[in-house]
Design a protein around this ligand. Structure first.
Ligand code: FMN
Length: 232
């Protein structure tokens, strides 16, 4: 089975915290599936955590606007020395499932994530992501600062890719009582000044999201594989 890809952009580390917790959930579910598998036919996929490269705007302008993402690669490494390796298009193409995360920026995904998605025409043409499950996640500084619109914005290109979107069902207890992040559209974190760790509810929802993604990835992958075998 192909790897499950957890892909994020994070400038200050908050979105990365969500990515790591989702990966933890996915790995826990795969371990449990492996333990329950009656035969050696269960092929455990890798869970691969990757980041989206920052935009390196090479502006000669001394204006305020030019200073935003400029030198972003260098400062991203300084701000986030533990950032996951940068994703390749091949890794995206070969995943069995995708969790995609971005900080909330003006109620939308961050430009580097959009830029990365805009580079996936070839995968769209080939239909590489069709019928693969996907979920989205975000971190914002304020509670009502646009998390849900950001999550929805990230879903749109994934629908165009033919992915099967998976959010979180209300059977997850934390969805009912969270006073921070977490929504049926995907997991989230209210980061305030980005120094705050995930709350218990945010963390448990990330674990649940990772488990759900791993389950769907395995179910769809096996269904598609069987279909191929029978059709051959
Ligand atoms: C350009 C820009 C726009 C932002 N827009 C919002 C916003 O609309 N709502 C909000 O709550 N936070 C907003 N933020 C704050 C980030 O979403 C927040 O700090 C987030 O946790 C950063 O995630 P990271 O630590 O993964 O980089 C914005 C930050 C920047 C730099």
């Amino acid at each position: 089975m192909d790897p499950i890809l957890i892909l994020y952009y994070s400038r200050h580390g908050s979105t990365k915290r969500l990515a790591d917790a989702i990966a933890q959930g996915a790995m826990a579910e795969l371990s449990s599936m492996e333990a329950k598998a009656a035969s050696a036919s269960f092929v455990r996929p890798e869970v691969v955590v990757r980041s989206v490269a920052s935009l390196n705007i090479n502006s000669n302008s001394s204006s305020e606007q030019g200073s935003g993402e400029e030198n972003a690669d260098a400062s991203l490494k300084e701000a986030n020395p533990n950032a996951a390796p940068t994703v390749t298009l091949q890794e995206l193409e070969q995943c069995s499932a995708l969790a995609l995360g971005s900080p909330t920026r003006f109620g939308n995904m961050a430009a580097p994530v959009k830029h990365f998605l805009d580079s996936t025409s070839s995968q769209w043409l080939k239909g590489s992501l069709i019928n693969k499950p996907a979920c989205v996640f975000t971190s914002s500084s304020s509670m009502h600062g646009g998390q849900e619109s950001t999550l929805l914005s990230m879903m749109l290109p994934l629908f165009h890719h033919g992915m099967v979107m998976c959010g979180l069902p209300y059977s997850e207890p934390a969805l009912h009582h969270t006073r921070s992040g977490g929504s049926p559209y995907g997991v989230s974190h209210v980061a305030l000044d980005n120094a705050v760790t995930l709350t218990e509810d945010e963390k448990s929802l990330c674990i649940a999201q990772g488990k759900r993604l791993a389950n769907l990835a395995s179910a769809l992958w096996h269904a598609n594989n069987q279909e191929t075998t029978h059709g051959a």
